[in-house]
Design a protein around this ligand. Structure first.
Ligand code: IMP
Length: 187
């Protein structure tokens, strides 16, 4: 975790995010174009990081959609690494629905694996995953990403929904949090 004076270096600029999200939306529109008029794609975001992607992606979808959210927490006090807890459940019924899970980043993979399992257990007809970022080097469990924005190196990133200590979510780009060494103390 970064400590000391923080600096944010741009990794993926806003225009690049917008361009890629447009491409993902086109793919999703194409893949679900055969949906019946009385059906809707249930788009489920994982709070809080996915909110920015949800808004920008869903505005570009031309198929009928429904929107809902999960909130999870991982390895807090008294939990072991890889353990994921549900803090907020979806409100809508998942049974028989085509579901698109929307995440900001897949890191170890534990969060999405847990949520994907839950959606299938609840009787979703189909479940696909869209993640803006993929930190593939850090993966501990296998998860198939159907719509992937960008593969990134093993860096701690912030912005566009991603936070460090609940800050930086509002940056319109993806940045890398770096720290400057403390200035030498006067002798
Ligand atoms: P996973 O369960 O290890 O895949 O972790 C997924 C969650 O960890 C994401 O939804 C983020 O909230 C958080 N996370 C992972 N990597 C980063 C990062 O580089 N910056 C900010 N949050 C991150």
């Amino acid at each position: 975790m970064p400590m000391g004076k923080e600096n944010v270096r741009v990794l993926i600029p806003q225009e690049e995010l917008e361009r890629r999200i447009g491409e993902l939306a086109d793919e999703i529109n194409r893949d679900y174009s055969g949906m019946e008029a009385n059906e809707a794609l249930l788009c489920v975001g994982v709070l809080k990081g996915s909110v920015f992607l949800m808004v920008d992606l869903l505005k570009r979808l031309t198929i009928p959609v429904q929107v809902d959210f999960y909130q999870t927490s991982s390895y807090g006090s008294g939990m072991t690494a890889g353990e994921v807890r549900l803090r907020k459940d979806v409100d809508l019924s998942v049974r028989g629905k085509d579901v698109l899970l929307i995440e900001d980043i897949v890191d170890t993979g534990h969060t999405v694996r847990t949520v994907l399992g839950l959606l299938r257990f609840r009787g979703a007809r189909s479940v696909r995953l869209c993640s803006l970022l993929d930190k593939v080097e850090r993966r501990e469990v296998e998860v198939p990403i159907d719509y992937r924005g960008f593969e990134i190196e093993n860096l701690f990133v912030v912005g566009y929904g991603l936070d460090f200590d609940e800050r930086y979510r509002n940056l319109p780009f993806i940045g890398v949090l770096e720290t400057e060494p403390d200035p030498p103390s006067p002798s």
